[in-house]
Design a binder for this molecule. Structure first.
Ligand code: ADP
Ligand code: MG
Length: 300
């Protein structure tokens, strides 16, 4: 394992920030479903961990949690101290997902807004994340709600926007960039997933067109952090519960994800340098915050 480079200064967090031991909070988001957010979030977290950073992965997709499957984890979190929820752990990554709390993994989550926000809030506040360099959040598709409520609860380092190369995907993705701007979440960069496919004869096919990632990056005034090709092993390993970065670390596709992790580290470190002089924690607007107090079903 290579020696990790500095993570830069921690994000500027206010005194009541729930994630006290977490240096950087990275949102993986996109306006659209099926573009590879969960795959990216999982392999990014794996990459960061492989580089020696203490990493956590929070599945914030309450309605469609995929982290339990992608990391092959079925356990149920418990509470050792009766107050905080212990995250599960796999391949050295700390994990939390609503999927761990469902009796039947196939059952649908039918909670409405307040409960959803309550659950997320509890994932931030009541999970014993401990000391982490990076907490990666896998967000549900859509432009609004969850990112907004997260931005109100904690000081987010920034968002990584996932898109595919084609326009249909990017139209929705532009909206998520605008949303980040509105709620003051810095866009760290853009990842273009499913950029091309190399057939067994070595010929490259741009199945979903091209240019989408760069277009979103230009719009966000942020760098294109990487282009991830379509690779059957990504899906296969994802379905088997071992992310490709873990299962085949020397493969070209794993290398693409590891490069991505390096890029994220670089951008985060550069940003924290920039913020050095700004000083002080941002004021967090909690006016639209979650309502009633709901508790998650966690075994004591
Ligand atoms: N680069 C890739 N190559 C091959 N399959 C991929 C790739 N990225 C994602 N997939 C597959 O596409 C599907 C959707 O990905 P997922 O990460 O669940 O998307 P999202 O979280 O945005 O809904 C999954 O079956 C996943 O395995
Ligand atoms: Mg997903």
């Amino acid at each position: 394992m290579s020696e990790p480079v500095t993570t830069g200064k921690s994000r500027p967090a206010s005194a009541d920030d729930p994630l006290t031991g977490v240096k950087h909070v990275i949102l993986v988001m996109s306006g659209k479903g099926g573009v590879g957010k969960s795959t990216t979030a999982t392999n990014l977290a794996m990459g960061l961990s492989k580089r020696g950073y203490r990493t956590g992965l929070l599945d914030a997709d309450i309605y469609g949690p995929s982290i339990p499957t992608m990391l092959g984890v079925t356990g149920r979190p418990v509470s050792t101290d009766g107050k905080t929820i212990d995250p599960l752990e796999r391949f050295g990554i700390k994990l939390m997902s609503i999927g761990f709390l469902l009796d039947d993994p196939k059952s649908a989550v039918i909670w409405r807004g307040p409960m959803l926000h309550g659950a997320l809030q509890q994932f931030l506040k009541d999970v014993a994340w401990g000391e982490l360099d990076y907490l990666v959040l896998d967000l549900p598709p859509g432009t609004g709600d969850v990112a907004l409520s997260l931005a109100q609860r904690t000081s987010v380092t920034g968002a990584v926007i996932v898109t595919t190369p084609q326009n249909v995907a990017t139209d929705d993705v532009f909206k998520s960039v605008s949303m980040c701007v509105k709620v003051d979440i810095p866009v760290l960069g853009v990842i273009e997933n499913m950029s091309w496919f190399v057939d067994p004869a070595g010929i490259k096919h741009e199945l979903f067109g091209k240019g989408g990632g760069q277009a979103v990056a230009d719009f966000a005034k942020a760098p294109l952090l990487g282009q991830i090709p379509i690779d059957q092993t990504v899906r296969e390993w994802g379905d088997k519960g071992t992310p490709v970065v873990q299962a085949a670390p020397d493969s070209a596709i794993a290398k693409a994800f590891l490069d991505l992790a390096d890029k994220v580290v670089e951008v985060v470190a550069a940003r924290s340098e920039e913020m050095e002089d700004d000083g002080g924690a941002p004021t967090i607007d909690r006016s639209g915050g979650p309502g009633g107090k709901r508790r998650l079903p966690v075994t004591k």
